[in-house]
Design a protein around this ligand. Structure first.
Ligand SMILES: NC(=O)c1ccc[n+]([C@@H]2O[C@H](COP(=O)([O-])OP(=O)(O)OC[C@H]3O[C@@H](n4cnc5c(N)ncnc54)[C@H](OP(=O)(O)O)[C@@H]3O)[C@@H](O)[C@H]2O)c1
Length: 415
């Protein structure tokens, strides 16, 4: 089980009594009727997500302190790591909360979800912030992301201290090309692609090649797009499937230079095919990204030039990596692991903001496509919503959706 921490209500923050909002008060300002009861995907203990996660509702009083912001979630993805967190197999854990019926002297419950995009609905009086610090100001209607990891984004609305929020500066709000799907998946998948390209061993630049497996994964699609923005060429590998020609076309439209199946990669003749792709002015092929594991990894690594880097960031097949010793001795191959959460903390807030601004700019310029996605709309009473949730989690676990699933909440009138 997770470590017990003090209930959120016990932490000291400035409290403006005139701003204590209870649900009836939300009702009286119209917010309660707009937003309805608070709802969240919670679990009491680790286990199979499709069995332990459930939807709960609460009409308990809610406090809005001076520096708090009330946000409504627009969309939050189900990432593979979210499932690992619920299973208790991820090295990062959420803090338990003592809401949604969990007693204040018990172990608490956990709300699922690490990233997502929300819109500001109401602000405390100090949220406007000092004029010298515009980044600390939030206005109703702003789109925001969570700064803290594992804060529980699978919820319809909640109150968040403003220091834990980061605004997405959409240039022209009404015409912005920043979509919910883009913003909801920005923190993990899109920014992982940028981190992979820059933080371990920078890629030599224009006309270099990179290799990757799992190229149709959300991160894989982001790698293709980031590489294109940076003038780097990609050779992409995916599992064969009945609709492979369509998938290949989709990845090419995204900006992939070449797409092959794992069967082609593992064929002895592929080395020749690979060499034929490397026509001038291609400079180097020293980076391979792996999110799958198993035999495709050694096959990719064998294609790398001398002094290459194999960078693993996932292991979807749950198979180990076996690398021929000769690659390390004679080609000086280095194998790395990349964990975005760790690197993200290391680069600091200024660089974090720069990277987010860079990606948002690509999106605003129409150079970035949303990941393929579908919406999982949680609606009905808690029992019905739990049924919808568990069916969705099961499909994600089975891997037969092949799109990013975004949790959304039906409005109270549709619920
Ligand atoms: N290290 C980090 O910081 C970091 C950050 C973000 C993500 N990740 C990891 O990156 C991986 C991809 O994440 P995502 O959100 O992009 O995933 P995703 O969109 O759900 O895509 C999953 C990918 O895995 C493939 N796959 C699933 N099961 C497989 C199997 N048994 N054998 C071969 N391929 C299989 C899928 O291929 P098919 O279409 O053929 O099923 C698809 O390409 C995950 O392991 C995730 O935890 C790591």
């Amino acid at each position: 089980m997770f470590a017990h921490v003090r209930p959120a209500a016990a932490r000291l923050r400035p409290l403006n009594l005139s701003l204590i909002c209870f649900k009836p008060r939300f009702n009286s300002t119209g917010i309660g009727s707009q937003l309805g009861p608070r709802r969240a995907v919670v679990y009491n203990e680790n286990g199979n997500p499709a069995e332990v996660a459930r939807v709960v509702s609460s009409t308990d009083p809610v406090l809005l302190r001076d520096e708090d912001v009330l946000v409504r979630f627009l969309a939050a993805p189900i990432n593979p790591s979210d499932l690992n967190v619920i299973e208790g197999k991820y090295p990062m854990r959420p803090e338990p909360i003592h809401e949604f019926g969990a007693s204040s002297d018990g172990p608490g419950i956990f709300v699922g979800g690490h990233e997502g995009v929300a819109v500001v609905v109401k602000t405390g009086p100090l949220v406007d912030g000092p004029p010298t610090k515009p980044e600390r100001r939030f206005r109703v209607g702003d789109w925001v992301l969570m700064r803290k990891p594992q804060t529980g984004t699978w919820t319809n609305w909640k109150v968040v201290p403003m220091r834990e929020l980061r605004r997405i500066d959409r240039t022209k709000k009404t015409e912005s090309k920043v979509t919910e799907a883009f913003a909801a998946t920005l923190m993990v998948n899109s920014l992982t692609s940028l981190g992979l390209m820059t933080d371990i061993s920078p890629i030599p630049g224009w006309h270099s090649y990179i290799l990757q497996n799992g190229a149709n994964s959300a991160v894989g699609q982001a790698i293709i797009q980031t590489a294109k923005q940076m003038g780097i060429k990609t050779i992409n590998f995916v599992r064969d499937r009945p609709d492979y020609p369509q998938l290949k076309q989709y990845l090419m439209d995204l900006g992939a230079d070449h797409v092959f199946t794992y069967d082609e990669l593992l064929d002895r003749s592929f080395k020749k095919t690979f060499e034929s792709l490397r026509t001038p002015p291609v400079k180097a092929c020293r980076h391979a990204f792996n999110c799958i594991g198993g035999p495709t990894v050694a096959a990719m690594a064998a294609l790398l030039d001398k002094n290459g880097h194999l960078i693993s960031y996932g292991g979807m097949s749950k198979q180990p990596i076996i690398l021929p010793v000769g690659l390390q001795i004679f080609k000086n191959l280095t194998a790395h692991g990349y964990w975005h959460s760790h690197t993200w903390e290391m680069i600091g807030q200024k660089e974090q903001d720069n990277r987010i601004a860079r990606m948002v700019a690509w999106k605003e310029l129409g150079r970035w496509k949303d990941p393929e996605h579908e919406e999982l709309v949680l609606k009905g009473d808690d029992e019905e919503a739990t049924g919808i949730l568990r069916e969705g989690l099961k499909r994600v676990q089975e891997g037969n959706i092949r799109k990013k699933v975004l949790i959304k909440w039906a409005s109270p009138k549709d619920s």
